[in-house]
Ligand binder design. Structure first.
Ligand code: A2P
Length: 341
């Protein structure tokens, strides 16, 4: 086929801008690229592949000749636009939680379940960033020795909330260092020099929606409906990269060395694990990198079949934009774009 036409909804946002950078870096073949955002941004110009492209209004017509529509705006925007784009013939790759658990929608990490793309109905979803990096590290272990239970505590960067949250962290940090007071607006509490055990709304069972995503999305991606996951998701004053302390219980014992070898052999995962030299993954080192980094791999002293580890990844890249582009690449490789009309 000819190179695909691509529409990016949310092109001015934290994920959208990284998406455009990765399109260039991976030389993703594009015929026509169109950029959309909210009405506030109409007329802005964004440089892609050396060309200044205008930000356009997100109207239904914009999807008419699109082969791929990447949507990263808000759940409400996805709810409204994803069906419209799909119905007009674009394959939607959606970054919101709107459709992830819909049984008609493949939820895909291409290194893990690319085969799920075969049954797409023009709508696919990428997982939540905190889920993606966890399943990337755990799936190679799960294939060798099924996982029964996961306890995960996340330390999530503010870029996961978007541009306004990154601005808020910057402004609050400056103000507090200058001795001024701050008034939170994006988060319910001050985020600078603080740690918030609260990402997304609280649900009836006491977990937050973000924590529930780590359970349900993990099961769907790994095709493992019985895995138990208990997560505590925490927002920390870091700009980029989520970190996670993860404790895993397997059916059989697994040595840390076996786990290191399995993860090191898995595409997209890099083991950084040498306590003697203080080598372990760090948020600042993972920023702008494609890999999911794992370290601090050790026996869980509280369970004979357990391992504990530390997982870090750039939440805007593998956690969002890169995973979306990998899905598009996989769709092209498998020739899964549906004929128009
Ligand atoms: P805008 O920049 O015009 O507000 P972030 O996650 O960094 O906050 O970015 C969210 C992205 O979603 C931005 O590109 C934002 O555009 C875009 N967006 C917000 N509302 C809409 C909408 N109603 N239609 C299309 N894009 C939207």
């Amino acid at each position: 086929m000819n190179n695909p036409n691509v529409v990016v909804v949310g092109a001015t946002g934290a994920v959208g801008r990284v998406f455009l950078r990765i399109l260039e870096q991976r030389h993703f073949p594009v015929n026509r690229l169109r950029l959309c955002a909210s009405p506030r941004s109409i007329g802005k110009r964004i440089r892609v592949h050396g060309e200044e492209l205008p930000v356009e209004e997100t109207t239904p017509d914009i999807f008419d000749d699109a082969d791929f529509a990447f949507i990263s705006a808000s759940t409400a925007v996805s709810r409204e636009l994803a069906p419209v784009a799909a119905q007009r013939g674009a394959l939607v790759i959606d970054d919101s939680s709107a459709y992830r658990m819909d049984p008609r929608v493949p939820l895909v990490v291409p290194e893990i379940n690319p085969q799920d793309l075969e049954w797409h109905q023009n709508l696919t979803a990428i997982p939540n960033c905190s889920t993606t990096q966890m399943v990337m590290a755990l799936y190679p272990l799960h294939r060798a020795n099924p996982i029964k239970r996961i306890i995960a505590d996340s330390y999530q960067a503010v870029s996961g909330t978007g541009t306004l949250a990154m601005d808020e962290l910057r402004q609050q940090s400056r103000a507090l260092l200058d001795g001024a007071s701050v008034k939170p607006s994006v988060y319910p509490h001050q985020i600078a020099f603080n740690v918030l055990p609260h990402i997304e709304p609280f649900m009836e069972d006491g977990y937050t929606r973000e924590e529930q995503k780590m359970l349900y999305e993990t099961r769907k991606i790994m095709h493992a409906p019985d895995i138990a996951v208990s997560a505590t998701c925490v927002r920390v004053p870091v700009y980029l990269s989520h970190s996670e302390a993860v404790h895993v219980e397997f059916e059989e014992p697994m040595s840390p060395q076996e786990a290191r070898e399995l993860m090191a052999a898995f595409p997209g995962v890099k083991v950084l694990d040498d306590p003697k030299t203080n080598t372990y993954p760090l948020a600042i080192d993972a920023a702008d990198r494609d890999e999911v980094f794992v370290g601090r791999i050790r026996k869980d002293s509280s369970h004979p079949n357990g391992l504990a580890m530390w997982i870090v990844s750039d939440n805007l890249r593998k956690g969002a934009a890169l995973n979306a582009i990998q899905i598009a690449e996989e769709v092209l490789k498998r020739e899964l774009l549906k004929p128009r009309g």
